[in-house]
Ligand binder design. Structure first.
Ligand code: ZN
Ligand code: ZN
Length: 419
């Protein structure tokens, strides 16, 4: 594709300002739905480049560049940071604090690499704006708030995103990961899991700790629920099917000599298949109700579902087209078949709302020699800080250049003239 080369001719020049912007964003991270300065920084750049810019969903920013007939491509970057106190020791490390949803003051860090996503998508947006003669169609650069709380895509949709921008033909997104820098992982089908959190309240009857015969003990009830829940994956799910059911918190009581009147369990569920997800959730409710009945619980249990993430499953055709473009541009050695990751994302809500197919890929960020050494010694899990770690520190080069090119190359699979 000679056109893509023309666009990327000015990549080195773009990378000069991109490196500075990346460090600036990294120094000034903002928590989910509080990305005010970040959104302003994005808007301040897109507008002079000729993008029609709108704020959608509070701190969401969308820039639309219409450039003649042809396909419409929507590319998305998430922009929020995490309540993590940075420990990388980098000279551009964050010392920022913020106030989280509970009102507590917390350290704030771009510990998931969303600053890289912003900078790469802005770079691609600039390169496409500079070389309008090399392509035809519409490019939508969408900057989404609050990925980490699963609230941002929904906020943009609730604010009328679908009616406010042209309907894309395809949607694209990427994520930096603690894999080898200079590589890109793609796959057809599921690449990230669906995620559901459940708050379960079970009721007992409180009593003096010395008089258990007067109680229905919710501590014992919760304990049997926790054990029985383990059978959903081990006994009810077909071996080889993927499901995770984790009890992340089990809380009841305050003192050794008081039997409390309730227990609260916090569960996390991950699946790659929406039908299996439905079965797992039905099993959780059945087991909890059954154990409550067995214990003689005086009231029905309560289930509250929260932090729900949709499945991210790549369209086979879009993935093939994007993967072929990556392979042609970066070489076969740089592109590998990714295994699905058990993490979750809310990106897919956006293409699902438009009813359009999408591809989501991963970009490596750990220097090759460091990564290969850890693989050779079997110490990747201990030695390589992953996303959400206070030590997560993507190598700016070559990661930023790869991620910027990936957005241009993937878009060009649809926008190149003559397509
Ligand atoms: Zn994250
Ligand atoms: Zn992330």
């Amino acid at each position: 594709m000679p056109e893509v080369k023309m666009v990327l001719d000015s990549l080195d020049r773009a990378l000069e300002w991109q490196r500075e912007l990346y460090k600036e964003l990294h120094r000034h991270p903002e928590l989910s739905l509080q990305e005010f300065a970040t959104a302003q920084a994005i808007e301040d750049r897109l507008t002079p480049w000729g993008y029609a810019v709108q704020r959608i969903g509070g701190t969401g920013v969308v820039g639309v560049l219409e450039n003649g007939p042809g396909a419409c491509v929507l590319a998305r970057a998430d922009i929020d940071a995490l309540p993590v106190t940075e420990a990388t020791g980098l000279d551009y490390a964050s010392t920022a604090t913020g106030v989280d949803a509970d009102g507590s003051t917390v350290g704030v860090m771009h510990a998931c690499g969303h600053d890289m996503h912003i900078t790469a998508l802005l770079g691609a947006a600039k390169l496409l704006a500079d070389q309008r003669g090399a392509w035809s169609g519409t490019y939508i650069a969408l900057f989404q708030p609050a990925e980490e709380t699963a609230a941002g895509a929904r906020a943009m949709l609730d604010d009328g995103l679908v009616a406010k921008v042209p309907r894309p033909d395809v949607a694209l997104a990427q994520h930096v990961m603690a894999t080898e820098a200079g590589t890109i992982g793609t796959t057809a089908g599921p690449i990230l899991s669906a995620g559901d959190s459940v708050r379960i309240t079970v009721h007992g009857r409180g009593a003096h700790g010395s008089m258990p015969h007067n109680s229905v003990d919710p501590v014992v009830l919760a304990a049997s629920i926790v054990l029985r829940l383990q059978t959903i994956v081990s006994r009810e799910t077909t071996p080889g099917e993927f499901a995770v059911v984790t009890v992340g918190a089990s809380n009841a009581g305050t003192k050794s000599n008081i039997i409390p009147d309730r227990a609260v369990l916090l569960l996390n569920v991950r699946t790659y298949d929406m039908e299996l997800r439905g079965r797992v959730i039905a099993s959780i409710e059945r087991i909890v109700r059954g154990e409550c009945a067995a214990a003689g619980s005086p009231r029905e249990p309560e289930f509250e579902y929260y932090d729900q993430y949709p499945l991210t499953a790549n369209d086979a055709d879009v993935n093939a087209r994007v993967t072929d473009a990556f392979t042609a541009h970066f070489g076969a050695g740089a592109v590998y078949q990714a295994s699905p990751v058990t993490a979750s994302e809310d990106f897919s809500r956006l293409p699902d709302a438009f009813g359009v197919p999408y591809a989501y890929w991963t970009v490596g960020s750990v220097p090759s020699e460091v990564y290969r050494k850890a693989v050779a010694s079997g110490t990747v899990a201990q030695d390589i800080p992953a996303n959400h770690s206070p030590f997560f520190a993507p190598a700016i080069d070559p990661t930023l250049g790869m991620a910027t090119q990936a957005h241009v190359v993937a878009a060009f699979a649809y926008l190149a003239q003559g397509e």
